[in-house]
Design a binder for this molecule. Structure first.
Ligand SMILES: C[S@@+](CC[C@H](N)C(=O)[O-])C[C@H]1O[C@@H](n2cnc3c(N)ncnc32)[C@H](O)[C@@H]1O
Length: 272
């Protein structure tokens, strides 16, 4: 289960109402555990969900989801995605043996010693777990706009991950302090996020020299291109290395590593 709400990294949070960086929590419920956090400047309250995630969204009808995004909000998505698809996805999409061990090695190498880390579009927490398995002491914040997937992430958390916490929020409006994160990781989510607003937010919360690591579906040629055009109707967006480099650059992120495996690409960018 997830770490106790009393260990929330409130110093990393930012109020979405007034922009105050560093929020506060107060014990309110019977067990003495905090059930909400609040902004000491404007008083805005953010509830803590049963999963332990801090909710910066509130009413789900405020989310205007594309079809691709909406899938993660359907019941049972995270459970089946994490067990039936994700462990085999990279081998199937790349046509080579690409299990969790290889993916985790690449991820941990590219993230290095960066701390804290934001896992953007975490879903059931697959990339967070790869990172925390190698370094249980690291501070990792898993963020998603779907409440259900965060329940799955919380259930799969290990008791010795004392600095692993969850947040329900939008990638394009991060409730996180500027210049506070050593790394942002995004496993298989960049294709469905609003690209430029999300990259701007990633750059804002990274420390100078902080890294952004993404694994996503890149633009391909041939039959796959037609398939990607159809998938575009669901809101998914596919980009080439040079297109991504340009968007990263506009946000203040410099692409410094790019590995291409057919459909799949890994990118590492640094905040200048
Ligand atoms: C394909 S899953 C990726 C899961 C996981 N990171 C992995 O490595 O497999 C994409 C996730 O991004 C989330 N997502 C999509 N748009 C989002 C947004 N605007 N803000 C926050 N999360 C978003 C979805 O809810 C979904 O859980």
């Amino acid at each position: 289960m997830l770490t106790s709400p009393s260990a929330l990294p409130v110093h990393l949070y930012r109020c979405l109402s007034c922009g105050q960086e560093g929020l506060a929590q107060t014990p309110r419920c019977e067990q003495g555990q905090p059930d909400r956090i609040y902004c000491p400047s404007c008083g805005q309250i953010y509830p803590i969900l049963a999963s332990g995630a801090v909710d910066f969204i509130g009413n789900p009808s405020d989310l205007h989801l594309s079809l691709a995004q909406a899938i993660a909000h359907s019941p049972g998505f995270a459970w089946s995605y994490d067990r039936l698809w994700r462990p085999w996805a990279l081998s199937l999409l790349t046509g080579e043996s690409f299990g969790a061990e290889r993916e985790g090695k690449l991820l941990t190498e590219w993230v290095g010693a960066a701390d804290p880390v934001l896992d953007l579009g975490t879903a059931g927490g697959y990339w967070s777990r790869l990172l925390l398995a190698a370094d249980p002491q690291r501070t990792v914040v898993g963020l998603d706009n779907a409440a259900g997937v965060l329940v799955e992430a919380a259930q799969q958390a290990q008791p010795n991950w004392h600095h692993y916490t969850l947040v329900r929020a939008r990638a394009e409006q991060l409730p996180l302090a500027s210049g506070a994160f050593g790394a942002v990781i995004s496993g298989a989510s960049l294709n469905e996020l609003p690209l430029d607003p999300s990259l701007q937010e990633i750059a804002r919360i990274l420390k100078p020299g902080g890294v952004f690591v993404s694994m996503h579906s890149q633009q391909i040629q041939g039959w796959g291109q037609t398939l990607q055009q159809w998938l575009g109707a669901t809101g998914l967006r596919f980009f080439s290395e040079s297109e991504l480099q340009q968007h990263l650059h506009q946000a203040g992120l410099q692409l410094e590593r790019y590995l291409s495996f057919g459909w799949v690409a890994f990118a590492r960018a640094v905040r200048s």
